[in-house]
Design a protein around this ligand. Sequence first.
Ligand SMILES: *Cc1c(COP(=O)(O)O)cnc(C)c1O
Length: 425
Amino acid sequence: MTSTTLPGHPHIAYRGDALYIEQRPLAELAAQHGTPLFVYSKASMLSALGAYQRGFAGRKAQICYAMKANSTLGVLQVFAQAGCGFDIVSGGELERVLAAGAEPGKVIFSGVGKTRAEMRRALEVGIGCFNVESEGELEVLSEVAQATGRRAPVSIRVNPNVDPKTHPYISTGLKGSKFGVAHEDALRIYQRAAALPGLAVVGIDCHIGSQITEETPYLDAMDRMLDLVTTIEAAGIALHHIDFGGGLGIDYRGDTPPEADVLWHKLLAKIDARGYGDRLLMIEPGRSLVGNAGVCVTEVLYLKPGEQKSFCVIDAAMNELPRPAMYQAFHRIEPVSPRHGQTTVYDVVGPICESGDWIGRDRELGVAPGDLLAVFSAGAYCMSMASNYNTRGRPAELLVDGDQAHLIRERESTADQTRLERLVG
Ligand SMILES: *Cc1c(COP(=O)(O)O)cnc(C)c1O
């Protein structure tokens, strides 16, 4: 039987006329668990992680999975068992990583709006570092830490002011962004941090954006960061680690992001040239670890031929596949069991009462109602952004490991959705 892998998806392949993820046919998984259904390949996650690990071989490095990309416990567990730390952005994410078996010392806490309660809890469990994003936050964190009799390890998120050349909603390191502190204010803010009694300055961090597919923004950002390391250390403040954030893109539609190991060889050359090769290097990849590990399997409900446009209505929607509606993003859509007949150009849309509820535009498909489609690159920023709009239950999730399929999240029922609600009287 011929096996055809799809570019960028080494663990998802057609064997004959059936689409497989690792050793399991998607049609069989959908028959067993229903649709829409998210299915992730463990091998794919570990091979994406492996590229970073190769890049850092022989170095002091810590990979912190930015779990907002996909925060399901079973996914977190894969990364915790592989030795990863985690980049979290809320108290809820902290409880998730702890439940998944993370080592608290390998957890770093990012985000512009940490509350006092979140800070207290993070101090109590002993997280590795707070990535602080403003002066106001520094003051509050110092107060909270003093009240708990601890010193909070901090790094300050600096904006290197480079353009990552990605969608404006996922570009975060430019002036005028709500994230981080301005490059030119960094030294003064570091001096403030060093003087605050509840804080221990341990590092520096940045994160310039997401779905970055060129290496230049990274190389430029590294130069800007290393300049700051020099300035800050010259002022007598030691930086034990350099955290370079996440943001590496994936192949959604023939995109050609640099390979993690190739990119890091170049970045490490810069770090070594400046004499900082002995520092602990930290990174926060999200999408690049999980994005292409997952597909969403969905059933074609209806075909609506039209004069101007024909629609293919599927049972998945912007609830669980929000990226097209949010960022006009592209997801590859392929039949799970291809037919060999006539094709039609469709807009692939979900059942939600919003014109923004489309999943793919102008796709040439040969399908009939009842057929299954696989929406690719659905491992990142899909289920973690899923909502219950239109009182739709969130899909089930499976983690496939070779020929084993583990149910890592049950399909949400209507009772699950209304559990916290109360009638008036
Ligand atoms: C979202 C985020 C990341 C991960 O970004 P990806 O594009 O998914 O790699 C890393 N660091 C911070 C601070 C983030 O907000």
